[in-house]
Design a protein around this ligand. Sequence first.
Ligand SMILES: CC(C)(COP(=O)(O)OP(=O)(O)OC[C@H]1O[C@@H](n2cnc3c(N)ncnc32)[C@H](O)[C@@H]1OP(=O)(O)O)[C@@H](O)C(=O)NCCC(=O)NCCS
Length: 184
Amino acid sequence: MTQLDYPDPDLADDLVRLRRWRMSDLPCVEEAASDPRIPEGTTVPAQYTVAEGCAWIERQMSRQPTHWGLSLAIADVATDEAVGLIVLMHRKMPGTAGLGYWIIPRARRGGRGTRAIGLLSRWALTDAGLARVEARVEPRNEPSLRALRKCGFVTEGILRSHLYIAGGHRDVVSLSLIPADLAL
Ligand SMILES: CC(C)(COP(=O)(O)OP(=O)(O)OC[C@H]1O[C@@H](n2cnc3c(N)ncnc32)[C@H](O)[C@@H]1OP(=O)(O)O)[C@@H](O)C(=O)NCCC(=O)NCCS
């Protein structure tokens, strides 16, 4: 399995910085927990408490040292406030990682999701030397699909009944980005 180190320096542009999680990012976790969508598909606690929030941040900090992958806060580049999460999860196939992300509701529709996906996936396929970054998205999740396609991700098809979420099996769209896509 490919081991991922944290990007050094942080990946950033004029809108977002992808940085390590800090305990001071609790307000971001609390806002994420209040969103109807985020706790449903992630490990963000649906019933937020400070203890649950701290445990969640500790788990993000443990992702890289335990070889799970990388979990980064999406921070506003001007204020350094965490407004989202982006992860690269090792898959069993060497050189392949799965991408996941969310932005807290009040920071959506400002281009941050697209920028974060673009920065991390490009870095994964260049500096980190991965061969494939993949994403699985519910067909109705238009913002997520639009952001991925804007970053060059190619739709591969539908994985039927692939995702078990909220007590049911759901279809997902499978998309991927490989180094050849970056040259287009
Ligand atoms: C998916 C998500 C991360 C996108 O983050 P974001 O910062 O709002 O995304 P952007 O501002 O970069 O917008 C991405 C695209 O979606 C469009 N979009 C954003 N919100 C939209 C909405 N509610 N309805 C329709 N289109 C929308 C934007 O216009 C943009 O498309 P464009 O560049 O063609 O104009 C965010 O919506 C989110 O956190 N959703 C809940 C969690 C989730 O679904 N995570 C992904 C699981 S696969």
